[in-house]
Design a protein around this ligand. Sequence first.
Ligand SMILES: Nc1ncnc2c1ncn2[C@@H]1O[C@H](COP(=O)(O)OP(=O)(O)OP(=O)(O)O)[C@@H](O)[C@H]1O
Ligand SMILES: O=P(O)(O)OC[C@H]1O[C@H](OP(=O)(O)OP(=O)(O)O)[C@H](O)[C@@H]1O
Length: 208
Amino acid sequence: MTQLTIAMGKGRTADRAMKLFEQVGIRFSDYHDKSRKLVIYDDDNKVKLIFVKAVDVPTYVENGAADIGIVGKDTIMEDPVDVYELMDLGIGKCIVAVAGFPEKEFTNGAPLTVASKYPTIAKDYFNGQGIRVETIKLNGSIELAPLIGLADVIVDIVETGTTLKENGLVVLEKIADVSARVIVNKASYATKTSQIQQFIGDLKAALE
Ligand SMILES: Nc1ncnc2c1ncn2[C@@H]1O[C@H](COP(=O)(O)OP(=O)(O)OP(=O)(O)O)[C@@H](O)[C@H]1O
Ligand SMILES: O=P(O)(O)OC[C@H]1O[C@H](OP(=O)(O)OP(=O)(O)O)[C@H](O)[C@@H]1O
């Protein structure tokens, strides 16, 4: 029997994806959200699930260390890899947006300083509008940057909007809608076609 290896983030993605797996009859009795286990198998031993940092999911899939990855569109946009993107799971919904103080104007002469976990998305977006930017890569607490004068604006994920609101910031422009996607290694798709198609088909049916 051919086993599928699936990589996904161990944080927000995991709980939501686990519910979907359950709906299509893939059960991980070993799983509980406080577990520190990085590799688990489903009860029928058909799926090996590996928990990785969300930004690393595409790397595992592109290199064939995982056949399938579940990862946010934001991560794929920031660092595109050579894989098939086969499905939108509709979980982990949020937006990538430019945020800052309400009165911020983008069109003054000096380059705008943008702090972000997503410097490529930020640069592409502003350059596409003919606005010069300098990006500052941060790994968290992005909303702090405008508050302490490190950056004029930020480009970040907004889900409920609570973090922005509690820090006196607002969405200035939406860049993209985000949700979790199923990505597939190209060689795996050729060698494990029926299992992968069945997995995707079951998920699609469950979401209808
Ligand atoms: N409020 C949110 N903040 C961050 N990411 C969100 C939010 N809502 C949905 N997402 C999605 O979840 C993804 C992060 O997934 P997850 O939390 O599983 O990753 P992780 O590697 O465990 O997290 P971390 O990087 O915090 O350790 C993001 O890339 C994004 O697509
Ligand atoms: O709109 P909201 O519902 O408030 O969610 C958005 C916040 O969540 C994420 O941060 P995360 O919790 O991953 O923490 P981080 O600062 O370590 O990136 C994101 O970077 C925003 O700060």
